[in-house]
Design a protein around this ligand. Structure first.
Ligand code: PEP
Ligand code: MN
Length: 299
C-alpha cells in the first residue's frame, strides 16, 4: 500500500520526511512551495537599474533585431520617451531559415551598449550558444535564452555562470514544468536571477503566429517565486493584436511585458508584421498604466 493511500500515516510524518514528495517535480529551487518569498530580479546597475517582480510592471521594448545605429538609436529614444525601462534587441538572431537576416553579431552588441549609454536603459539581448556567453555578457545587462534554446542544457549551464540575470523564454512546445526545470538549471548552476517569459506556444491555430497561453501567468505564479513576463509580439505575430494581449498580460498578473518596436516596421529585417511603430506606444502605455493601477500595481 502506498503512502498516498494512508492519509493518517502521512500526517504523522515530519516535514523533513515529506520534502522529497513536495519537491517531486524537481524544480525545488524554483518552487514557490519551498521558497514562499517572491524573487525580485534587478537588471542593470545604478539609477537606471530595473526591478522585475516588484510592484511596478516593467515595460521592455525595442527592435526584434539590431539593424543599424540609426534604427537602434531612434527606437531606443522612442521607447525610453514612452516609458520603457529596458531596451531589447537581438544581435545574434536564431532564425527559422538560414537565409534570413542572422543579426549583426558583435557589432550589434556594440550598438546596444552605445544605446544604453545614450538612454540609460539597461539592455537585454539573446545569446544563442554557450561559447558566446562571455562575449554577450560583456555588453548586455540581461541574457535572453530564446524559445528555441529553452532546453539547450549546455547554454543554460553557461548562462548560470555569466554573472548576469537571465530572461528565459518558454519553448514552442514546452510545458510549464519543462520551463521551470530549464530555469532550475540556471538556479542550480548558481544564478538566482531568472525571469520567465511566456511568448506563445504552438497549437493548431494558424490565425496567429503562436497561441498566447495567458493562463501560464497565474499558473506559474502558483508554482514559482520567479518573476514572469509576457511577450505579446511573438505570441501573436500581428501588430494589431499586440496591445490587447499586452493589456491582458498585465491584468493576468505579469511582472512585465516585452514588445517589439521598429521605427519603420514595413522595412524591418525581421518580425516587421508584429512590430509596433513608435507612434503606437504612448496610447498603449497609458492603458497599461490604467490596467496596472486597477490591480494595485503601477507601470
Ligand atoms: C526574440 O525575443 O528575439 C525571439 C527570437 O523570440 P523567441 O525566442 O520567443 O522566438
Ligand atoms: Mn522577433
Amino acid at each position: 500500500m502506498s503512502l498516498a493511500q494512508l492519509p493518517e500515516k502521512r500526517e504523522k510524518l515530519r516535514p523533513v520526511d515529506r520534502l522529497p514528495e513536495i519537491a517531486e517535480p524537481g524544480f525545488r529551487l524554483a518552487s514557490l512551495a519551498l521558497h514562499p518569498e517572491r524573487t525580485v530580479v534587478t537588471v542593470g546597475r545604478g539609477p537606471g537599474a530595473v526591478e522585475i517582480g516588484a510592484s511596478r510592471v516593467a515595460l521592455v521594448a525595442g527592435p526584434c533585431a539590431v539593424e543599424s545605429w540609426e534604427q537602434l538609436r531612434s527606437t531606443a529614444r522612442a521607447v525610453k520617451a514612452a516609458g520603457a525601462r529596458l531596451l531589447r534587441g537581438g544581435a545574434f538572431k536564431p532564425r527559422t531559415s538560414p537565409y534570413a537576416f542572422q543579426g549583426l553579431g558583435e557589432d550589434g552588441l556594440r550598438l546596444l551598449a552605445r544605446a544604453r549609454e545614450e538612454t540609460g536603459l539597461p539592455v537585454v539581448t539573446e545569446v544563442t550558444s554557450p561559447e558566446l556567453v562571455p562575449l554577450v555578457a560583456e555588453y548586455a545587462d540581461c541574457l535572453q535564452v530564446g524559445a528555441r534554446n529553452m532546453q539547450n542544457y549546455e547554454l543554460l549551464r553557461a548562462v548560470a555562470k555569466a554573472g548576469r540575470p537571465v530572461l528565459l523564454k518558454r519553448s514552442l512546445a514546452g510545458t510549464l514544468e519543462e520551463l521551470l526545470l530549464a530555469a532550475e538549471y540556471v538556479l542550480a548552476g548558481g544564478n538566482p536571477d531568472v525571469v520567465l517569459c511566456e511568448r506563445g506556444i504552438r497549437t493548431h491555430e494558424r490565425a496567429t503566429r503562436n497561441t498566447l497561453d495567458l493562463s501560464a501567468v497565474p499558473a506559474l505564479r502558483e508554482l514559482t517565486h520567479l518573476p514572469v513576463i509576457v511577450d505579446p509580439s511573438h505570441a501573436t505575430g500581428r501588430r494589431s493584436l499586440v496591445p490587447s494581449m499586452a493589456l491582458a498580460a498585465v491584468a493576468a498578473g505579469a511582472d512585465g511585458v516585452m514588445i517589439e518596436v521598429h521605427p519603420d516596421p514595413e522595412r524591418a529585417l525581421s518580425d516587421g508584421a508584429q512590430s509596433l511603430a513608435p507612434a503606437d506606444l504612448p496610447a498603449l502605455v497609458t492603458r497599461l498604466g490604467a490596467v496596472a493601477a486597477a490591480i494595485g500595481r503601477s507601470l
